[in-house]
Ligand binder design. Structure first.
Ligand code: IVH
Length: 669
């Protein structure tokens, strides 16, 4: 056991060292695979010996819990904010006051990271909790989410009795752009800037979501420490760094306010090359003793000031507003601009995100507009200048037909996006196919994105159904596809024709219809063609089906091109019916149910229909031969009899679980 404890300790130290190298210093010493192997070994040890698991182990970053709301935490020491300076003369004024009061002017200049202010508390060197700044006195307990940020250590280098540090959680520019692009693909509202994105990601009740968004942090202040003697801001930064906390490396010591101003100006230019967004510089008196003397107002310290960069905005003209269909079928407007240089690059287009925004901001083709870069990276129109209009400007409205395939455009309720619902729209065909063939859907082995790219690129596949008429010769003509793999792929395509109906329904890529919902739908409607005429009103009668799902199902089948594809798939021999079992029986054939009392959400007729659809029989009286008795509120004498006979009893939830389980077993083969 002693050996195991020692091995666990070493593994943890080793992993922490590599996390620090990778996430903080950006200088990995081993490959990702080697790192994964260390983590896997540690996880295996901890699984085999749960007594070895400790709260600060690297495996414990994301606990499984999902919070229902954040607790509040009162800060021991108020977390102040800063006064702002916007000009050289503001800085000079600040400096004069400092010099008059303490006769010092050594300043440490740091970047002002545009993120979310947090406090992290360590006790005996181990992470204790983390909180947002809140109003400075009381913040929210975001411990679970902060633990998920890998650059924040769960254990310090030294077992200090207590350390409270303040820092900024931020989202790197690239992650911000990636997240917003993904949101746009999904028809969701985008984040206005990395700060909002970081705040939104940190305030997730599910820490898995925080973990999935690459957040990072820099620490800049020791609020409280036991076990160290710090005299200056430089000491603080060096101390935090020694303890393994990420500290921004761009800080500098300046000997007078002119040097400070020069540095601020330099960074106003250099900021665009940084991988994260900064909105200014923070000027801090270096000496902590000097700070004591200067003190603070209710809101901010007198020993520091934030120099804010002027906003980077330019005027230009909207030459055109074009409409694009994205790879998921979302139809979005983009403004083509007269090129201008802005924040380090030449900008000639700006996403308008969605048509609501175009209408809200009243942006017209031909308008003179003010632009900036969201998060210092994504060009955006802030506003037009209506007073500068000539009368020739054109209002651009959402198209009624998809510009790529001419299908009717749909705007789902509650979404900001307009969409093309045609599964075969050339703009979204690749995505449609990738999803169609994927593991959760038709599970066609060997038909991954690279093969699909070639199939579409070469024109062999123009519609989803075309994959079922591919032949050996055509497949062999693809790059890196020998006769053997072509034959294997052909076999996999052929095999997929037998996939159960719920998989085909999933594969159509109807929004909100994943495998689980598809199973529910195919339990109620045993043939694909039944969906052609089903109404949203009928669909929402199914307990698990809400208005959103119902709407996307009906919108999908309302598109004649989609129905044509389903017909072609049928002709190609795909299974469109909830299959019978080998013996030609349904999964509940021969089983009898009795219902008594009223069920919380299902009407009796509905429960009966669901049982009967799977082959079960519902009878009105209980006997020894009854297989299950479904019991609701106020049950009658049937219940007493069932208890007397010792029959299995089900409540509504258990009934649904049973039906789902049987349906799953039945559709799995
Ligand atoms: S010092 C008493 N340093 O800017 C210490 N703040 O309005 C006060 N910030 O709430 C903060 N980078 O969220 C400091 N290097 C830095 C900073 C920084 C970003 C944020 C912080 C604070 C706000 C000030």
């Amino acid at each position: 056991m002693a050996d195991l404890i020692e091995r666990t300790r070493r593994l943890r130290d080793e992993i922490r060292k590599h996390e620090y190298q990778y996430y903080v210093l950006d200088n990995p010493l081993i490959t990702d695979a080697e790192f994964d192997a260390l983590m896997a070994e540690l996880a295996a040890l901890e699984t085999a010996h749960p007594e070895l698991v400790s709260f600060d182990s690297p495996t414990q970053r994301v606990a499984g819990e999902i919070l229902d709301k954040f607790k509040t935490i009162a800060h021991r020491y108020p977390l102040l904010s800063l006064d702002n300076a916007f000009s050289y003369s503001d800085l000079v004024q600040f400096d004069q006051r400092v010099r008059t009061m303490v006769n010092q002017n050594d300043y440490v200049i740091e970047l002002k990271i545009d993120g979310v202010s947090i406090l992290v508390v360590y006790e005996n060197g181990a992470f204790l909790y983390a909180a947002t700044r809140g109003d400075g006195l009381v913040g929210e307990d975001v411990s679970a989410n902060i633990r998920a940020i890998k650059s924040i250590p769960l254990k310090l280098k030294t077992a200090l009795p207590r350390l409270e540090v303040r820092g900024e959680v931020y989202m790197p520019k690239r992650e911000f752009a990636r997240l917003n692009a993904a949101k746009e693909d999904q028809g969701e509202r985008v984040f206005a800037n990395p700060r909002n994105a970081a705040a939104g990601s940190l305030r997730q009740l599910n820490p898995q979501i925080t973990a999935s968004r690459s957040l990072a942090a820099f620490f800049y202040d020791v609020v409280y420490v036991e076990g160290a003697d710090l005299q200056t801001q430089q000491d603080m930064l060096a101390f935090m760094q020694e303890q393994g906390l990420p500290v921004n490396p761009e800080f500098q010591l300046c000997r007078n306010i002119d040097q400070v101003y020069k540095l601020c100006q330099q960074f106003a230019e250099k900021r665009h090359q940084l991988p994260y967004d900064i909105d200014g510089m923070v000027v801090k008196l270096n000496s902590l003793a000097g700070r004591e003397e200067l003190g603070q107002t209710a809101k901010s310290p007198r020993w520091a000031i934030a120099y804010k960069f002027p906003p980077e905005e330019k005027q230009t003209r909207v030459v055109d507003i074009v409409v694009n269909v994205g790879r998921t079928g979302i139809i979005a407007p983009t403004a083509l601009l007269e090129p201008v240089s802005l924040a380090g690059t030449t900008v000639s287009r700006a996403s308008l995100h969605n048509f609501d925004l175009v209408a809200e901001r009243d942006i017209r083709k031909g308008d003179l507009v003010l632009i900036h870069k969201a998060g210092d990276i994504i060009p955006e129109i802030i506003k037009p200048f209506p007073e500068k209009r000539s009368g020739q400007e054109v209002i651009v409205r959402p198209p009624e037909h998809c510009p790529a395939c001419d299908s009717m455009v749909v705007r789902p309720a509650g979404e900001v996006a307009y969409r093309c619902e045609n599964i075969n729209c050339p703009a979204r065909l690749k995505e449609s196919l990738i999803f169609f063939a994927s593991r959760d859907a038709m599970d066609i082995e060997g038909m991954g994105p690279a093969v699909i790219e070639q199939l579409v690129g070469s024109g062999l596949v123009k519609r989803v159904e075309d994959i079922y008429s591919l032949n050996q010769e055509q497949l062999q003509s693809l790059q890196r596809m020998g006769p053997k793999s072509a034959a294997k792929l052909l076999q996999a395509i052929d095999k997929s024709k037998q996939q159960p109906l719920f998989r085909l329904l999933t594969a159509l890529g109807i929004r909100h219809v994943g495998p689980k919902i598809a199973k529910i739908l195919t339990r109620h409607y045993g043939h694909m063609e039944q969906f052609y005429d089903v109404t949203a009103d009928e669909l929402v009668k199914i307990p698990e089906i809400g208005a959103k799902i119902a709407e996307s199902v009906t919108a999908f089948f309302a598109e004649p091109r989609n129905r044509a594809t389903v017909e072609k798939l049928k002709m190609a021999g795909l299974n469109l019916t909830a299959a019978k079992t080998a013996a030609g029986q349904l999964p509940l054939t021969g089983q009898s149910f009795v219902l008594t009392g009223s069920l919380p959400s299902l009407a009796r007729s509905e429960a009966t229909r669901m049982i009967e659809e799977l082959g079960g029989r519902v009878s009105s009286s209980v006997s020894k031969k009854t297989d299950y008795v479904v019991v609701g509120d106020d049950p009658g004498s049937k219940y007493d009899k069932a208890v007397q006979l010792g029959l299995p009893l089900l409540d509504e939830a258990a009934l649904i679980a049973l039906l789902e389980e049987r349906h799953d077993l039945y559709t799995k083969n």
